[in-house]
Design a protein around this ligand. Structure first.
Ligand SMILES: O=C(O)CCC(=O)C(=O)O
Length: 245
């Protein structure tokens, strides 16, 4: 959103200052349509890892439908990843969480503090939405500036924002940023959202992540996708050689 009188912040500056950044209109109409179809098929046909009263969880979605895997080719997404994490970025995990209408919001939390404590902006959770979300339909919320002090909790809550996504919107935040699925009023439809977590190559991927062993994905992957999957670095990207030339 333009901010009159304020200098434009890059994605990285916004993330450093507030603990999150946003982007919009990420997908073409065709991709958006296929993502909506894939989300409907996932909820209809796939076996969730868990199905609780408030939330259903499907891990490793890129193996379920090409529409999910194609998110890894999105240029706007990749621009942000290079800016925040750098050229050795890879995928940590990929999943769909369906928020359910319980009349409540879920609890504030930080993700994966074993990593986030040490590398706050190097564990980037990217949340992607295919439908418009109102304030009462389970919007993801973040607490700006909560990434500055991982030992603080409730005193931050009054500063929260709810991300009112439009089709193709993206919210990205650091591991140490407090977040939650917001109020989901009874009678509202279930809210599926896609979550892709990115890390540098040298951080271990999630133990439940299986994309690097999925032959179907490997066979058709571009060099960049192979790197994101965690199979091999793309040509010209080396972590371990350094030259000042
Ligand atoms: O479902 C949401 O909007 C938030 C998800 C969440 O809290 C998480 O992925 O840790």
């Amino acid at each position: 959103m333009p901010n009159l009188g304020q200098p434009h912040l890059t994605r990285l500056e916004h993330l450093n200052r507030y603990g999150y950044y946003t982007d919009h209109d990420l997908f073409t109409p065709d991709h958006l349509g296929r993502l909506r179809d894939a989300l409907a098929r996932l909820q209809r046909d796939a076996k969730p890892e868990y199905d609780h009263a408030h939330q259903t969880y499907f891990p490793n979605i890129i193996e379920f439908d090409d529409a999910f895997a194609e998110v890894l080719d999105n240029t706007r997404l990749l621009e942000g990843l290079f800016e925040v994490i750098g050229p050795d970025v890879q995928l940590y995990a990929n999943e769909v969480l369906v928020s359910k209408p319980t009349g409540k919001a879920l609890g504030w939390h930080r993700d994966k503090m074993s990593i986030g404590k040490h590398c706050p902006n190097m564990f980037l959770k990217v949340c992607l939405y295919v439908d418009e979300l109102t304030i009462d339909a389970g919007p993801t919320g973040v607490v700006p500036e909560s990434h500055f002090d991982i030992y603080k909790g409730e005193e931050f809550y009054p500063h929260k924002i709810d991300f009112l996504a439009k089709p193709g919107s993206m919210l990205a935040f650091a591991a140490s940023t407090m977040h939650r699925a917001g109020l989901h009023v009874e009678g509202k439809p279930p809210r599926p959202a896609m979550f892709f977590v990115f890390i540098p190559w040298w951080i271990k991927q999630a133990v439940y992540y299986t994309g690097h062993k999925c032959q179907k994905l490997i066979d058709t992957a571009s060099p960049m996708r192979l790197q994101l999957l965690g199979v091999q670095m793309r040509p010209g990207i080396s972590m371990d050689s350094f030259t000042s030339v």
